[in-house]
Design a protein around this ligand. Structure first.
Ligand code: FE2
Ligand code: FE2
Length: 238
């Protein structure tokens, strides 16, 4: 799926969410710079850059250079969904994000357990990280179940002329996205920015690598729901 019309990048008006929806490859730059394009996707490029003490024009130039280089490589699982139907977006989110998480979440929990057993006594930070990951995992599992059982069927119906999902359900899911985004930031702090040199052992190094991948996938996952799926559903319902 390829976007047919790409708008020019204007730092003062282009939003991060809109930019990644049109050009998924820009997510790599935002991940590197720590710019929030999922729950903070409504911010303009200028607002996001100012909040991180970055020069918006320089970042806009970096993004344009990416485009001129013809780069289409985004983070793992990044797809251009700008022209996809609601059905296709729901299918994509389930197969590229929800289903893989059913394997990723227990794998990370197991690694966390090993690292806590080996190093928790000397480094309480790994215990806090494991506790927060456990809470986040449990909330995510409930959240994805709710999306698959209630939200996505309602979204598919709207696209076919049915009733819109309730504002209450949408609000609840958006709140969880926000809370998950905050948890990801705290996990990264507890994980020392996931720098391999901060690891106590090889298992810890593998864990930090897995956490980095988990974070990037979840950013893209939330972005696709908040900034691509929900606006399309709202548009179909109006
Ligand atoms: Fe989801
Ligand atoms: Fe979600």
């Amino acid at each position: 799926m390829t976007s047919s019309q790409e708008l020019p990048i204007v730092a003062g008006t282009t939003t991060l969410g809109g930019l990644v929806a049109e050009r998924p490859q820009t997510a790599v730059v935002f991940e590197r710079l720590g710019l929030d394009y999922c729950c903070g996707g409504q911010q303009t490029l200028e607002e996001a850059c100012r909040s991180r003490d970055l020069d918006p024009e320089t970042v806009a130039t970096m993004l344009a250079a990416l485009e001129n280089a013809g780069s289409s490589a985004g983070p793992e699982g990044a797809h251009d969904l700008a022209d996809a139907t609601v059905d296709q977006i729901c299918d994509h989110i389930v197969s590229r994000h929800h289903e893989p998480l059913a394997e990723t979440l227990p794998r990370i929990s197991e690694l966390m357990g090993k690292v806590v057993r080996a190093h928790g006594a000397d480094d309480p930070g790994v215990i806090r990280m494991a506790d927060l990951f456990g809470e986040t995992r449990s909330e995510l599992e409930d959240h994805m179940r709710l999306e698959e059982e209630s939200l996505f069927p309602a979204c598919r119906e709207v696209a076919g002329g049915g009733k819109a999902p309730s504002a209450e359900l949408l609000g609840e899911l958006l709140d969880t996205h926000q809370a998950t985004g905050e948890a990801l930031k705290q996990l990264r702090e507890l994980g020392h920015d996931y720098r391999p040199e901060s690891a106590h052992c090889n298992t810890h190094r593998v864990l930090l690598h897995e956490m980095r991948e988990f974070e990037m996938d979840l950013h893209m996952h939330i972005h696709e729901e908040n900034n691509i799926l929900f606006p399309k559903v709202r548009e179909a319902a109006s």
